[in-house]
Design a protein around this ligand. Sequence first.
Ligand code: FAQ
Length: 311
Amino acid sequence: ATGGYERAFDAAVAAEERVEPRDWMPDAYRATLVRQMAQHAHSEIIGMQPEANWITRAPSLRRKAILMAKVQDEAGHGLYLYSAAETLGTSRDELLDKLHSGRQKYSSIFNYPTLTWADVGAIGWLVDGAAITNQVPLCRCSYGPYARAMVRICKEESFHQRQGYELLLALSRGTPEQHAMAQDAVDRWWWPSLMMFGPPDDESAHSAQSMTWKIKRHSNDELRQRFVDICVPQAASLGLTLPDPELRWNEERQRHDFGPIDWAEFRAVLKGNGPCNEQRLSQRRRAHEDGAWVREAAAAYAAKRTGRAEG
Ligand code: FAQ
C-alpha cells in the first residue's frame, strides 16, 4: 500500500508541489527534516550567546539597541523553526531535551568566542552572510512550513548582515587600532564561516537524498563557492583582507579559487571539542532551568483559563 503513496509523493516533489503537514510522507523524509530543522532552530538560540556577550559593552546606545534587536530576532527565528518542526509530530520539549543531552547538533560556528567588539561585526557580515547564502534556497524547500518560515527569516538575516557590514566599515575607517581590530576579527571568523556550509560534497552523508527530496537545492560546496565569490568584492570595499594566500580569481572557472579548509578542526568542533562547546551548552541548560518557573506559570495560567471557559 505504501508503494502507491510513495510514488504519489515522489511525483508531487518532482512537480515542485509543496508537502504539507497532513500529507503522507516517507518516514526518512520526516526524520531528515526534523534533524535539519531542529539543528537550525538550536543554532538560532545558541547563536544568541556569542553576541549577547557584547550587549552590555556595546560602544554606544545606538549600537546597543541594534544588537539587542538582532539577538531578539534570533530568539524569534528559533521559535518559528521549533513551531515548523512541531508540524512533523515532534514537540519543542523533546527537541530541547535532545539539544541539552547532546543528541542533536547546532552549527559549529557558535563554538568560537567573541573576543572583541569587532567580532559582532564579523558575525553579522560573515556568519549571517553565510546563513543567507545557505538559507535563500531553503525558501524553495519542498516542505511547506519550513520554506515559509525561511522567507521571513531571510529578510531579517539580510538586515543583520548589513548591520555587521556597516559596523566593520566604521571600524575599518576608524583609528589604526580600530582597523586592526576589524582585520583581526575577520581573520578569526573567515575559515569557521566557510565550515558552516558542511563537509565537502564527497563526504556529505545527507546531500544526495536531501537534494532528490528538494529539501536542499544546492550542494554544500556549491553554496560555499557562492559565498566566497560574494565576499571577495565586499572585503575589498571594506578595506579588509581575507586570510587566505591562495584566494584568487580563476578566469577559466569564472569563480575564485581558495585554499584548503581545515576539516580536522571542523570534525573536532562537531565532536564537542571546539573552544566554547562546553560553555555554550552549559549556559543553554542553565537558561532552560532558570526559565522553568515561567513555563510552569504559563501552563498553570492556561489551565485556569481553560477551566473557566468550560465552567
Ligand atoms: N555544524 O550530510 P551533511 C544561523 C553535520 S545559521 C554542525 O552535509 P546536511 C543564523 C550534519 O548535521 C546556522 N554540524 O548534512 C544565525 C550531519 O550530521 P548529522 C544554522 C554540521 O544536513 C546567525 C553531518 O555534519 N543554519 O543560525 C555542520 O545535509 C548569526 C553531515 O553533513 C542551518 O542549520 C555545521 N556547520 O547539510 C544565528 C541551515 N555542517 O545531522 C545567530 C540549515 C554539517 O547526521 C547568529 N541546515 N553538519 O548528525 C542546512 O542547510 C544543512 O543541515 C547543512 C548540512 C548545510 C548545515
